[in-house]
Each structure stands twice: as structure tokens, then as C-alpha cells.
Design a protein around this ligand. Sequence first.
Ligand SMILES: [Zn+2]
Ligand SMILES: [Zn+2]
Length: 291
Amino acid sequence: MIRVFPLQGRAILSTSTYVEWGGFRFLLDVGPGSVSEMLRRNLSPTKLRAVLISHSHIDHFWDLVPLLWIRRLWGQRRALTIVCPKADLELFEWCAEVSGAPELAEVRPIAPGDECALSGLKARAFEVDHERGRMALGYSIEDPGRVRLRAEALRGMGVPESEWGRLARMERVRIGGADLDPGDFVYLKKFKLVYSGDTRRCDSLLEAARGADLLIAESTYLNEAFRDLADQRGHMTVGDAVGIALEAGAANLLLTHISMRHTEEEVRREAEGIASATPLRIFVGSSEFEL
Ligand SMILES: [Zn+2]
Ligand SMILES: [Zn+2]
């Protein structure tokens, strides 16, 4: 089960999502105000194990220094893993330095296409299309998966439920004189979370988002009336984000990085209008949810 706490959905205030995945807690970006928002909502900064940073615009990393500082102040001696674009290694080493305890930060630079292990999770970085000359990453994060059974097929073949546990343990089961190969009935279901960072609509995001259980996508602008602005500034509209989620077959979509000129209600209405006849679940705003 994963729990998702959008710390703030508005672009210029803070861009940050706090995720609890099993016992592993991490942040996707850490914009200004993230730390106070965490404290207000009783989300422990000291229990965080990692921060994944998409790019070096200040609305995505400015609270990294107070985060490291408060962890030190509160006695957390375990280093926080900071995954950051390779091109900005110096900047994030500087953040660790000015926090006063660089040894409590483990800065891990990552390039597009690279993977890194985070406890039991695997994160892969991919390049998105945001601003010329600035490396901007999205992240695709997966768990190792859980064994699931093809229940329909088993019922169809009349396999008694008392035998399902053996199949799940990959043991052969004999039914009606025939050996059942567990490989035919067992599959691995991984949970996949994809975060866009800041980007225009781009193929790398669409590819990464294929089959995502949760896509966290920036949707800075409301609709096509803002197309020129979106293209100029390297952002998506709500329609871009919902379109990618639908094309990629994502199950859930969290819209973030919404311009201050739009209300959450407007964004929700726009998104739900586009996705109305589909099973896509849409989340807008800062309310937490579980999947
Ligand atoms: Zn940006
Ligand atoms: Zn931004």
C-alpha cells in the first residue's frame, strides 16, 4: 500500500509530494514551504529516507537546506539520500554543505536512463522537455512486485481454492490427473509510480507512464487558452496531463504544479470533463490518499 501526501499543489509556492511506500518514506521534490507543511500535517521529516529532485528551479528544491537542518537538530544521524540531476551535483553538494552537516546527506547524481536502488524500490530517471540548457528529469519508481494468481483461469479449470496457496508458492499441483504448471497461473504485480517533474508534453513521459498505477503530473495551465504560455515556459496544460494518463493507460492521476491563476475546482472540472467516460481516477489538491 502506498500513501500519498501532496504537500502543496500550487506552482510558485511549493512543489513536493510526500510518499509512504511500505515503511519507506520519501519526497518527490522539496519546494519552498514543504518542511513547514510537513510539520503542520504531522509528517515526520526525520523518518524520510530519500528526496528525489527533478530539476534545479527553486520551486522544486529550496527547502532541502531546512530539511537537512531540522533532521540534524532533531538528532537524525542517518544520512538522507538525495537523488538529483547529474548536471546539478555541485548545487546539491552546496545545499548539504550549508545545512551544517554534509555527512548527513548522501548526494546521488543521476543521468537520464540511470537507475538507482532505494531500499526495496527501484527508481529510473528519464529526461523531460522543460527548459533549454537545464537538465530536467522525471522519475519512474517500482517495487519488486507481489505474486498474484489468475483467479479467473483457476476457477475456470475448477482448481479448488485450497490448492491456490501451493501454486502461489510455485509448487506443482495435480488436478484431474494433470500436472498444473504454476507459471501459467502466477504473475508478478508491480506497483509503478511515475513523476513528471516540470515538462511540456513529451514522448519520454508518455513512455514512462505506460501502465502506471499512479502518474503524478504537472498541469500548470488550465486549458488551450494558455497553450502559448505552456509552450514558451515548458509546461503542460490539464488536457496534456490527462491525455498522457489516458494514452498511457495509467490508473490514477495526481495533478500538481498548478498555476496560481487557476483554482483547484477549475482544474478538477477540466480534468474530469476530459476523462469522464474512462476509469481514470483523478486527484487534485493537497488531500492525502491511499492506493
Ligand atoms: Zn521548472
Ligand atoms: Zn516548477
